[in-house]
Design a protein. Structure first.
Length: 329
C-alpha cells in the first residue's frame, strides 16, 4: 500500500513538472474549425501513461522489458509528432515495430505462422489508431481507459494473467490525468496528445493480449467494444463519403453529441465509460464461461451498439452537415 501511495504521488509530481516544461516550451494545442475545444490548452499531458509504466518498472522490476521498449518507442515518436508533425509512414513503421516488440514480450512472435502474426500486428496497430481517433473531448481518454483497466484488474484478481501492480499503476496514471483533463469544455488543464492516446492504447492492448493468450479467447476484446463500434463505423462512414482518412474531422458520434448537440464533455465521456463498464462487467459476471456464450454475448452487444449508432447518425448527422456548410460561407 505504501508503495502504491508513493507511485501515485510521484505520478502527480511528474505531471505537474511536465506542465511546467510544456508551458516553457510552448507545447500547446491551438483550436481550429475541426476541434471540439475553443481555447489554447497544454498538449501531451498523456505522457503520464508512459511515465507510469517506467515508475512501475522501477519499483517492481523490469518484468516486461520488450513491452517497455516498444511503449517508449511508440509514445516517443507520438510525442515528437505532437510537437512537429511527422509523415504518416514514419508513424506507421514505428507503430508496427513497437507492436512487434510487444508480441515478442508476449511470446507469440513465431514466424512459422507469419500470416497470423502479420494479421495480428495489423489488428494491434489498427486498434491503437482507432483508440487514438477517439481522443477528441475532455475526459474521454482517461475515463474510457479506466472503464477498460478496472474490468481487467477484476479478471486478474481471480485468474492472473499479468502483474496486477502494472494494471494498478496504469489506473493511477489515468486518475492523475483525470484530475487535469476530466473537466467541462474550456476547463481542461491539458490534453492527452498522441503520446497519451497512443500510449494508453498500447498498454491496454498489451494487457488484453496477455488475457487472450492466457484464456485462448479473443472475445475479451469486448472490453474495447464501445470505442470499436464508434471508431470503426465512423471510419466506414468516412470511406462511404470518399474522405481522406488522414484528415481531421468531427464525425464520431461522441463528437456530434459534444459539438452539434451541445452535451457537456464530462457527460459524454461518462456515457461512454458507463456503457463500456456495463458491457464488460456483464461479460465477466453474467455471461456463462463458455466459448459459445462469450461469442453470443459479443455479437449481441455489437449488434445493439451498431444499431444505436446508425439510428443516432440518421437522426443527428444532418446537424454536422449544416456545420460543414457554415464553414464554407
Amino acid at each position: 500500500m505504501v508503495t502504491y501511495i508513493i507511485i501515485f504521488i510521484l505520478l502527480l509530481i511528474a505531471e505537474l513538472v511536465y506542465f511546467h516544461i510544456a508551458d516553457k516550451c510552448n507545447i500547446i494545442d491551438k483550436p481550429n474549425e475541426r476541434s471540439s475545444h475553443s481555447t489554447i490548452v497544454l498538449r501531451g499531458g498523456g505522457i503520464i501513461f508512459l511515465i507510469g509504466v517506467w515508475i512501475w518498472s522501477a519499483f517492481f522490476g523490469f518484468q516486461y522489458p520488450w513491452f517497455l521498449a516498444g511503449l517508449t518507442l511508440v509514445a516517443g515518436i507520438s510525442f515528437v509528432d505532437d510537437i512537429h508533425s511527422l509523415p504518416d509512414s514514419v508513424r506507421l513503421v514505428t507503430q508496427f515495430a513497437a507492436a512487434a516488440m510487444a508480441f515478442y514480450q508476449l511470446g507469440i512472435l513465431h514466424w512459422s505462422m507469419w500470416w497470423i502474426i502479420l494479421l495480428a500486428l495489423i489488428v494491434y496497430v489498427g486498434a491503437t489508431n482507432v483508440i487514438n481517433f477517439m481522443d477528441g473531448i475532455n475526459g474521454i481518454t482517461a475515463g474510457y481507459s479506466l472503464a477498460v483497466l478496472i474490468p481487467l484488474a477484476l479478471v486478474n484478481l481471480t485468474d492472473t494473467f499479468v502483474a496486477q501492480s502494472l494494471i494498478v499503476s496504469t489506473i493511477f496514471a489515468s486518475l492523475v490525468f483525470c484530475v487535469f483533463n476530466f473537466r467541462p469544455k474550456g476547463k481542461a488543464k491539458c490534453f492527452a496528445g498522441d503520446v497519451g492516446s497512443i500510449g494508453i492504447a498500447f498498454i491496454m492492448l498489451f494487457l488484453l493480449g496477455h488475457l487472450i493468450i492466457r484464456t485462448s479467447d479473443i472475445t475479451w476484446l469486448i472490453f474495447l467494444l464501445v470505442y470499436g463500434v464508434d471508431g470503426c463505423l465512423t471510419i466506414a462512414h468516412r470511406i462511404m463519403l470518399h474522405e481522406n482518412l488522414g484528415e481531421a474531422h468531427r464525425k464520431h458520434a461522441y463528437q456530434i453529441m459534444a459539438n452539434e448537440l451541445k452535451i457537456g464533455h464530462v457527460k459524454v465521456a461518462l456515457l461512454y465509460m458507463v456503457i463500456q463498464l456495463i458491457i464488460s462487467l456483464g461479460f465477466i459476471y453474467s455471461c456463462p464461461n463458455t466459448m459459445l456464450a462469450h461469442w453470443l454475448y459479443l455479437i449481441g452487444a455489437f449488434v445493439v451498439l451498431a444499431i444505436v449508432y446508425i439510428l443516432f447518425m440518421k437522426k443527428y448527422y444532418h446537424l454536422h452537415e449544416e456545420y460543414l456548410i457554415s464553414l464554407k460561407k
